[in-house]
Design a protein around this ligand. Structure first.
Ligand SMILES: [Zn+2]
Length: 148
């Protein structure tokens, strides 16, 4: 029972969520989609489509950019991936599986991104939900900063 066993069962749970989603939407399980979810699962932190494309290519998977975008949309819709668009840059994604939501501080000068979770943001969400009788299903809280 090494670390790989644990990670594999976690990946299995991830895969199961996606396959259930595909089934519910009448979409098929293709080898391309499998390759994409395996790679997305293994990537840590933020990544863009180009990074994913290059990694899959290095592993000799034939996955077009169109398929990549489409599969990422499906992953986002199924809640397994979060998508962000910071500034005018390319969309960045990150694996959201069993990860609580967080927010970002960008330091454009260095290109660094700080991730944070703050109870006040959660409190604000609850308060807005109650005030407007809504359920907030997505968020995009970004602060821009300069290093002192
Ligand atoms: Zn993040």
């Amino acid at each position: 029972m090494g670390e790989n066993t644990v990670n594999d069962s976690r990946f299995e749970a991830f895969r199961k969520v996606f396959y259930t989603y595909l089934e519910q939407h009448g979409l098929s399980r293709t080898s391309e989609r499998y390759a994409v979810i395996r790679e997305v699962y293994e990537l840590s932190g933020h990544f863009d489509v180009e990074t994913l494309f290059v990694r899959l290519k290095q592993k000799k998977y034939q996955v077009s950019r169109t398929t990549l975008y489409h599969t990422l949309d499906l992953l986002e819709d199924s809640g397994l991936v979060r998508k962000y668009r910071f500034d005018d840059g390319p969309a960045v994604y990150e694996c959201a599986f069993r990860q609580p939501p967080h927010d970002h501080i960008l330091l454009p000068d260095s290109g660094e991104t700080i991730e944070f979770s703050h109870p006040l943001v959660e409190e604000l969400i609850r308060s807005l939900e109650a005030e407007h009788d809504i359920r907030i299903t997505g968020r995009s809280v970004v602060f821009y900063a300069k290093q002192n």
